[in-house]
Design a protein around this ligand. Structure first.
Ligand SMILES: *[C@@H]1O[C@H](CO)[C@@H](O)[C@H](O)[C@H]1NC(C)=O
Ligand SMILES: *[C@@H]1O[C@H](CO)[C@@H](O)[C@H](O)[C@H]1NC(C)=O
Ligand SMILES: *[C@@H]1O[C@H](CO)[C@@H](O)[C@H](O)[C@H]1NC(C)=O
Ligand SMILES: *[C@@H]1O[C@H](CO)[C@@H](O)[C@H](O)[C@H]1NC(C)=O
Ligand SMILES: *[C@@H]1O[C@H](CO)[C@@H](O)[C@H](O)[C@H]1NC(C)=O
Ligand SMILES: *[C@@H]1O[C@H](CO)[C@@H](O)[C@H](O)[C@H]1NC(C)=O
Ligand SMILES: *[C@@H]1O[C@H](CO)[C@@H](O)[C@H](O)[C@H]1NC(C)=O
Ligand SMILES: *[C@@H]1O[C@H](CO)[C@@H](O)[C@H](O)[C@H]1NC(C)=O
Length: 840
């Protein structure tokens, strides 16, 4: 009884998790011919962490460890010598020095390229860690070589304040009008974070360390928004540079080491102060980015990536910020993540609202409610400030600059509810594209996971539909970077070991009108004959009769015409399957399994026997296999239909005969018996276009245990007991169903709980045994105790190596009790005497 209870509890937790999940409609396994992924890998090269696309989209520049590449987009996969490459190794002196200072000579004392930016029409600017001695260099685009001095040595600049020392440190950099703005650390120990603007000829500016403007930040991105446009407007604002990062939230003193996500900004025209804040930012302000679950307020507080979708030019005010967040605390399962969307309006409201004030003695934070000073501290020079005869930050009154020293944090957060919330998937990277569909413009999200997968999703009425899932990398390494090439309709993704290129869509995988409409892919439309790409815009000018229905995916409305125009062809039924069926010979009292793969993870199955829907006297396994025991009434024609939103498609067709009747057996019974093997399923119904990795995993698992048990049972007890066993299994299953999920929740257990090939149950719920995907971080531990406490906290989360922080928290799963109310409520967690909703 105890075991049964534990099992049921486990299952119910899993069902709850599965319910929150948004399942990709179709999944393509690694190397699928339907979604060809081109692959680049060079011998000896690794850590492809920096990607840059040339202005014309023809060339992809790639920064890796000790080397850089210029790849031709149109011949991406060709061998290495067809691409240009450039070796940029740290000098032997620096490597020795680095090893002498106690760094790992293999891991740390190399040159990891962290910055690669377009400087001007002829040159790129690059920075690398250069064996813990960051350096920057110029690359001549023409011949893809480092710019050299007259003696033939590469011209190197000090990269301090631009590029981190440690290859694992998360930093960001952006080039604006030939000036580099970087968010990084400026010292060897890695405990002096900085936002730095530098250019040889002009004043360099930085954040003030003694004022703690930054608290162990992990930068994820930066953006340039031309808020001065249109020129000559009444406000006369300045252009701004935004930085996105997570850091220790000192304003939350009730939890130690609470991480918060931030958006920070500086004005492009900032020149620093004259007497106060000399060579420091006078416009540095930051605000919290808050992405939390709408039902229980569970915070996704660790920003992993930010994509700034901006129409540019004078329409900058419709810029949208898309962030991918994970949480410092675990919410059951191996990991969770959320995608939140913030508008420019919300961001501006936070930056023009109240300030927070820090009491330097107690380090406590309060809302500053006194009337704000004039000119407004931290704001850029606008026309109204110019009217006060202040034309640059050098002329700002000292009282304004002194105020900003302690009032750099905004009181209100920029809030958002998740567009997408996953409890078993850790998104790491995001790229967004506006796609012009046939009728409307849609936002398409590309999301990279920490195990090498890509999700492509479309936002429909503030809901996210995941169109497809692709496995990009053979090894389950995290996706490091995503980069869209909109001109060529391509997406690049990099991991530590390889870079891949994949078209944003392949509409020809959808073979019928129904599939094309159900896909809800804004890149695709049904032309009446085939599912066709409409992006980049189709060669055919006449698309007026093409069909796309992203909002409703109404196949009955749009695909009906087809039934009428081609009446003598059974639409949606593959021609070959019409007349042919897979022949199965049943032996008396022997069990056979008929597999049925579905087209889509969102479809349901309908088994039909001799034209009638099967009833409960038939046994269908959770993976959809129909189990037949050889008996006369089970002979005949079986069809398995995929049913999705009114659209049906025949997926498998079996003619089951008895072996006695036909002596000339062509199909060996052995093969039928070994059906549980996933590969065999493919052979039987090879029209199924996609295999969900989880599904095949489940199939293998249930298939195997089932067969082992069956064989043992048949040997021991013979045929009668087998039938009894099946009967019991069937009853047990029914009982479980009613016990667990009454009412509307019953169908939940048929949903595939996850897509990862790794069985989720092999991971402990706290997740702290998850194997490290990265090399260890001894480099950090030799640095500085202070730093270890804070930064690896980010890092641990970033790299999904462990969820150790959660163990220290009161929200630890193991210390809490889960209650599942019978009416499909979310589990509640007891924390001593207080109850928190759904923080599992
Ligand atoms: C697109 O799908 C078709 C049909 O499934 C396949 O033959 C083709 O190779 C695919 N193309 C790419 C680029 O994935
Ligand atoms: C890229 O490859 C294509 C086809 O191989 C070729 O036509 C083109 O000239 C190449 N572009 C560059 C910049 O090398
Ligand atoms: C681009 O920058 C490099 C390095 O500063 C300089 O030598 C070169 O003349 C510049 N090119 C143009 C076209 O401005
Ligand atoms: C952007 O600004 C224009 C003109 O200043 C205004 O008409 C428009 O409503 C604004 N859009 C948003 C999203 O605020
Ligand atoms: C486009 O197709 C529509 C409907 O099929 C037809 O009426 C129209 O004449 C076509 N236009 C052109 C330019 O071919
Ligand atoms: C079109 O065909 C599908 C599949 O055969 C069928 O379910 C649907 O009812 C048909 N629609 C009409 C209007 O006949
Ligand atoms: C199921 O269907 C079979 C044949 O169609 C019928 O003989 C049997 O009585 C049905 N059983 C139930 C429980 O409805
Ligand atoms: C399906 O399998 C049959 C026999 O196994 C094979 O002849 C046929 O080419 C396969 N079709 C596809 C589309 O792979």
């Amino acid at each position: 009884m105890g075991l049964r209870e534990t099992l049921l509890a486990l299952i119910s937790v899993r069902l709850f998790l599965a319910a929150a999940e948004v399942i990709p409609r179709v999944s393509f396994h690694y190397g699928s011919s339907d979604r060809l992924v081109k692959w680049f890998e060079a011998e000896g090269a690794s850590h492809y962490t920096t990607l840059l696309l040339s202005a014309d989209g023809e060339t992809l520049y790639l920064g890796a460890r000790e080397t850089l590449f210029a790849l031709n987009s149109s011949s991406f996969e060709s061998s290495r010598h067809q691409h240009s490459h450039l070796s940029w190794k740290a000098s032997e002196d620096k490597k020795k020095e680095c090893a002498f200072k106690g760094k790992d000579s293999e891991r740390d004392c190399q040159n990891y390229v962290k910055i690669l930016l377009q400087l001007n029409a002829t040159h790129l600017y690059t920075c690398g860690t250069y064996a813990f001695s960051p350096s920057c260099a110029y690359i001549n685009i023409q011949d893809f070589s480092l710019e050299k001095d007259s003696a033939g040595n590469p011209i190197l600049e000090d990269g301090k304040g631009r590029c981190p020392f440690d290859p694992d440190y998360k930093s960001t950099a952006i080039m604006v009008d030939g000036e580099l703005y970087a968010g990084t650390v400026s010292n060897f120990q890695g405990n002096e974070p900085i936002i730095f603007k530098s250019q040889e000829s002009r004043i360099s500016l930085k954040t003030e360390n003694s004022l703690n403007w930054l608290q162990d930040p992990a930068f994820v991105g930066s953006a340039y928004i031309q808020e001065s446009l249109p020129t000559g407007n009444a406000v006369g604002d300045d252009d701004k540079i935004y930085f996105f990062f997570s850091e220790t939230g000192k304003e939350f003193d009730f939890f130690e080491n609470t991480i918060v996500s931030r958006i920070a900004r500086v004005c492009k025209g900032d020149l620093g102060g004259e007497r106060v804040l000399q060579r420091r930012w006078t416009t540095f302000l930051k605000a919290q980015l808050l992405c939390s679950s709408p039902d229980d307020g569970f915070p996704f507080n660790v920003l992993q990536d930010m994509f700034v979708l901006t129409p540019g030019g004078e329409h900058w005010n419709s810029t949208v910020f898309y962030g991918v967040f994970t949480s410092q605390w675990s919410k059951g399962g191996p990991g969770s993540s959320a995608v939140c969307e913030f508008t420019m309006n919300d961001v501006q409201r936070a930056f023009s609202g109240l300030y927070k004030e820090v009491n330097r003695e107690t380090q406590q934070w309060y809302t500053y409610t006194n009337p704000a000073l004039e000119p407004r501290p931290g704001a850029c020079i606008t026309n109204s400030v110019r009217r006060m005869k202040i034309t640059s930050s050098l002329q700002m009154p000292d009282r304004v600059l002194n105020f900003i020293k302690d009032h750099f944090l905004m009181d209100s957060a920029v809030r958002s509810k998740p567009l997408l919330l996953q409890t078993r998937i850790r998104y790491q990277q995001i790229s967004v594209q506006k796609v012009k569909g046939l009728k409307k413009v849609y936002s398409v999200l590309f999301l990279g996971t920490d195990d090498g997968r890509l999700h492509k999703a479309v936002i429909v009425n503030r809901k996210v539909h995941i169109i497809e899932e692709l496995r990009l990398f053979k090894d389950k390494l995290p996706v490091q970077k995503l980069l869209l090439n909109p001109r060529q309709g391509l997406l690049y993704a990099s991991s530590y070991s390889a870079v891949v290129q994949v078209p944003v869509s392949n509409c020809s995988t959808y073979k019928s009108c129904g599939e094309c409409i159900l896909a809800r892919d804004p890149y695709c439309a049904w032309s009446g004959k085939a599912c066709r790409n409409i992006y980049p815009y189709p060669a055919e000018p006449n698309v007026s009769h093409w069909i796309q229905d992203i909002e409703e995916a109404d196949t009955e409305k749009h695909c009906r015409r087809e039934n009428i125009t081609i009446p003598n062809r059974k639409v949606n039924r593959p021609a070959a399957e019409d007349t042919q069926c897979q022949k199965i010979w049943l032996q008396p009292n022997v069990v056979s399994a008929l597999p049925c793969k579905l087209l889509s993870n969102l479809a349901s199955r309908r088994w039909v026997h001799n034209g009638e829907k099967i009833n409960t006297s038939y046994l269908v396994m959770p993976d959809g296999n129909l189990i037949l025991v050889g008996s006369p009434e089970r002979l005949g024609l079986y069809e398995c239909w995929s049913v999705e939103g009114g659209f049906q498609k025949l997926m498998a067709n079996y003619c089951v005969g008895s072996e006695k009747a036909v002596k000339t057996v062509t199909l060996k019974l052995d093969t039928v018996k070994t059906i549980p093997d996933g590969a065999y399923v493919d052979r039987i119904s090879n029209m199924s276009k996609s295999i969900s990795p989880f599904e095949s995993h489940l199939e293998k698992r249930t298939g195997k245990t089932y067969w082992n048990e069956f064989l043992i049972m048949s040997i021991l007890f013979g045929v009668a007991v087998v039938i009894l066993g099946l009967f019991l299994l069937y009853k047990h299953r029914d009982g479980m169903k009613t016990f667990l999920k009454p009412g509307e929740c019953t169908d939940v257990q048929h949903k595939k709980p996850g897509k990862s090939g790794t069985p989720a149950e092999s991971r402990p719920l706290t997740g702290n045994n998850i194997p490290s995907t990265l090399s260890d971080h001894k480099g950090y531990q030799t640095l500085n105790d202070n730093y270890i406490i804070s930064t690896p906290l980010h890092d641990a989360l970033v790299n999904s190596k462990s969820f150790l922080p959660s163990e220290k928290r009161p929200l630890n799963f193991m210390d809490t009790h889960v209650e599942v109310s019978p009416t499909c409520q979310r589990p509640r967690v007891r924390l001593g005497s207080e109850i928190r909703d759904s923080v599992v």
